[in-house]
Design a protein around this ligand. Structure first.
Ligand SMILES: O=c1ccc(O)c[nH]1
Length: 348
């Protein structure tokens, strides 16, 4: 559904206000060839109207010779900022970077954040951005979830399909994604609504059974057959099943990188306005699939890099896998039960 410029300016104004943008602060809008023109046009208007000093930094796309998908999260690590001192200097001198290109999981993103610059990623199409406008309630819900994560020593994920995955945690920080950047040095993604951490290096173990309807990203596919993964010492050591498993194995083989099989971030969706079924209503290249990552009650895990949380793995291959109908326990206490997000006294 098209979105009017007026609605998108109002949406940007809402998000920039939640991000505590002040007059005279420097905002740099980071763009590349895949940037959505309406998202860019309305970001510039909203930021300028709020009194910010607004720059635009347009960088050429990279990785075309490697990536098998045009999804901006499919091939990570190197970005147009790699080795680009002038661009890095401009971004580190900015108070806020609106990333309409995708720096996620890049060493450069971490370096910019360490300078105190805030980064907000916004690459979903305007109608998804407007439908999943962030709120202070989202921040509170994600904050409750990550507070439980922070206090826990082990995440244990099970399902009727056969998943039984043990994930010792505590070595890495938790990450909150609630859609705006209200503190210096913070990164976030608009739209979102989930929290996560990373398993202690080399300690994830057990079995994951992806069931029909679970989602693979960046494939943007709903499984029509089960995929079984064996997890040993933090890595997926076997991926078996039918055609869906063959397709995943073939895609991951292309990276020829054993680090691609490491368990990366682990958490669950808390966004009640996102839905499991939404991905099926979009063409593959229209969306990153953030509804799939954020829908309340999913168990979201990923394969590949962990540099986002200070880990040393920066593999280019990144697979996000939101699962339905899982039970997620933290030190024995359920936070999600058979795909239903538990809140308030249900968490007892
Ligand atoms: O917002 C995101 C998107 C992808 C990802 O793997 C984590 N967070």
């Amino acid at each position: 559904m098209p979105v009017s410029d007026a609605d998108m300016v109002r949406a940007w104004t809402h998000v920039l206000t939640l991000s505590k943008l002040k007059p005279q602060e420097v905002v740099t809008v980071l763009t590349s060839d895949g940037t959505h023109p309406q998202t860019l046009r309305t970001a510039l208007i909203a930021a300028s109207t709020l009194g910010a000093r607004v720059n635009r930094l347009d960088l050429p796309p990279v990785n075309a010779e490697h990536a098998h998908s045009r999804d901006s999260l499919a091939y990570l690590g190197t970005t147009p900022l790699t080795g680009n001192r002038a661009a890095m200097a401009a971004l580190k001198e900015s108070d806020l970077v609106l990333d309409l290109m995708t720096l996620l999981f890049s060493p450069e993103q971490m370096e910019i954040l360490e300078s105190g610059t805030k980064i907000l990623l916004a690459v979903e199409p305007p109608e998804v951005l407007v439908r999943l406008l962030p709120s202070l309630e989202d921040k509170a819900t994600v904050g409750e979830a990550t507070a439980l994560l922070k206090a826990a020593k082990e995440m244990h994920v099970t399902s009727r399909a056969g998943t039984d995955l043990r994930l010792p945690i505590g070595e890495f920080p938790t990450v909150q994604e609630y859609g705006f950047v209200d503190e210096p040095g913070r990164w976030d993604h608009w739209p979102s609504g989930f929290g996560f951490t990373f398993p202690n290096e080399g300690q994830a173990s057990g079995r994951i059974v992806l069931d029909k309807g679970d989602i693979l990203l960046p494939m943007k596919s709903y499984l029509t057959s089960q995929i079984e993964m064996t997890v040993e010492k933090g890595y997926v050591t076997a991926i078996t099943g039918g055609l869906d498993a063959d397709l995943l194995n073939d895609y991951m083989d292309a990276f020829a990188d054993p680090e691609a099989y490491a368990i990366s971030h682990i958490g669950w969706g808390t966004q009640k306005r996102a839905r499991w079924s939404t991905l099926g209503l979009y063409d593959r290249e229209q969306t990153l699939g953030m509804d799939a990552r954020a829908f309340a009650g999913n168990f979201l895990f990923s394969l590949g890099p962990n540099n986002e949380a200070g880990g040393s793995r920066t593999t280019a291959c990144h697979i996000d896998i939101p699962m339905r109908n899982c039970t997620v326990r933290l030190d024995g206490r359920a936070v999600v039960r058979e795909g239903k997000l538990l809140v308030g006294k249900e968490l007892a």
